[in-house]
Design a protein around this ligand. Structure first.
Ligand code: GLC
Length: 437
């Protein structure tokens, strides 16, 4: 497994991310903050981490409080939808709320949250060398106008999950192309082995931008041109990707209801034994093999497929969650201590082994014990990544222009051609109104 890790690091670097190293640090303020940090009561906003019965948040909080007896952590539940969490936090923090002190926030938020003052810049507040613990490139993507806005908590990459038992029964190989996914799925359905062939995320929300980004990139398309100032989504490549995705629904391989699926609904169908293939993030492996799953031990995981005539495609969108500090928090010292601990080896090991997450701490990622406990890590090392254009002005509006129109095409309320045209014009509108970040 050892040679795979540099490839994972290389893949992160290939997304254009570079390690910020010590540029983000100043030891003076960190000393002050760590002295002040040893007492306090802080609130941490997080959605559940890991399979229902073994939510790793509690283990993390318990281990943190043991290591820092002067600080207690109140856990506040957040919804699993990134959009809902973003709008709730935006309203709360811009209204001056001092809680949550620390919140889990999406990797696509730093520019927006930095611009709107919704997160406390961490640059200069953590000890020199702190940023070196992360896999190369991660902190760069969290930087807004030269300041690191958050600390990387876990990475998300997407995979193709498949039912090993069904493929074996039908004597079919694991598909490596999107065309094979569709054909294999249809064969399994025709043999009445499973109700649906494929499930992914088709609802009108950020997750569809993720599914779309990988499929469009597989077809050779892109959302924006190289200058990032104009839409490039209205292209023959995108049309191919969208026609394929819509075809999964019209052919009955994917359920019609997929147009309202976020990650949990796709997982529900898959772990309930009703779908042969699923696109989902790293944590879905632990969920599929948990005691609540009806397909425990029957699930395989591999990289997402390529289009048959484009070998070397087969991308995963890069996702993940960071730890941000509320700029109105009254307990910044304790917040920083919490962030340091949550990104250190003990917490990152818990995340990777109990919650099935991809750790951001480079030492933990390389740890052989962690790798054997979480088989998704070795598949992740083979992933080729695709980034969403989250650093552009008005990314939320750009993303909305993507997911709302792709969703309309999937639902059949717009033709793929018309949907891409509208998406392009809405993206251009958002980019021209965005101003500089
Ligand atoms: C996952 C990813 C996140 C993405 C979201 C979309 O939570 O980590 O980056 O925006 O899915 O649903």
């Amino acid at each position: 497994m050892a040679p795979r890790i540099p490839r994972l690091l290389a893949a992160a670097a290939a997304t254009g991310l570079v390690l910020t190293g010590t540029s983000a640090c100043s030891s003076g303020s960190s000393d002050a903050s760590s002295t002040a940090s040893e007492k306090g009561k802080i609130t941490w906003l997080s959605s559940p981490l890991g399979p229902a019965g073994t939510d790793a948040r509690r283990a993390l909080v318990a281990a943190f409080e043991k290591a820092h007896p002067g600080i207690s952590v109140k856990l506040v539940n957040s919804p699993t939808s990134t959009d809902t969490t973003r709008s709730t936090l935006t309203t709360q923090i811009s209204g001056g709320a001092s809680t949550p002190d620390v919140y889990n926030g999406d990797v696509v938020w730093p520019a927006q949250f930095g611009k709107a003052g919704l997160a406390l810049p961490l640059t200069g507040r953590l000890p020199a060398g702190f940023w070196n613990r992360f896999t190369p490139g991660l902190t760069k993507s969290m930087t807004y106008q030269g300041k690191v806005m958050a600390a990387p908590f876990f990475t998300d990459q997407a995979f193709l999950y498949y039912r090993k038992d069904l493929l074996a029964k039908a004597h079919l190989p694991v598909p490596t192309t999107w065309e094979q996914v569709q054909k294999t799925a249809a064969k399994l359905q025709a043999k009445h082995l499973v109700k649906y062939g494929y499930v992914g995320q088709g609802a009108s929300y950020e997750g569809l931008t993720c599914d779309w980004t990988e499929l469009m990139t597989d077809a050779g398309g892109r959302a924006l041109d190289a200058s990032q100032k104009h839409a490039a989504i209205d292209s023959p490549q995108s049309l191919r990707a969208l026609t394929y995705l819509r075809g999964l629904i019209t052919s009955g391989v994917a359920p019609k209801a997929m147009t309202s699926f976020q990650e949990p609904q796709a997982e529900q169908l898959f772990t309930g034994g009703q779908a042969a293939f699923m696109r989902n993030w790293a944590y879905a492996y632990a969920d599929a093999n948990s005691k609540d799953s009806q397909v425990s031990d029957k699930v395989g995981v591999t990289t997402l497929p390529a289009f048959a005539d484009r070998p070397g495609s087969g991308r995963s969108t890069i996702g993940g969650w960071n730890l941000y500090i509320n700029p109105h928090s009254q307990h910044v010292g304790a917040d920083l201590t919490f962030i340091k601990w949550m990104t250190d080896t003990q917490a990152q090991r818990i995340l990777a082994t109990k919650a099935g997450m991809l750790p951001t701490n480079a030492k933990v990622l390389k740890d052989q014990g962690v790798q054997s406990a979480n088989p998704v890590l070795s598949v992740a090392a083979r992933n080729k990544l695709a980034a969403r254009p989250s650093g552009v002005p008005n990314y939320p509006q750009v993303s909305q222009a993507i997911y709302a129109n792709i969703n309309a095409a999937l639902a059949g309320s717009a033709s793929p051609k018309a949907a891409l045209k509208t998406a392009a014009s809405q993206i251009n509108g958002a980019l021209s109104q965005g101003g500089g970040l």
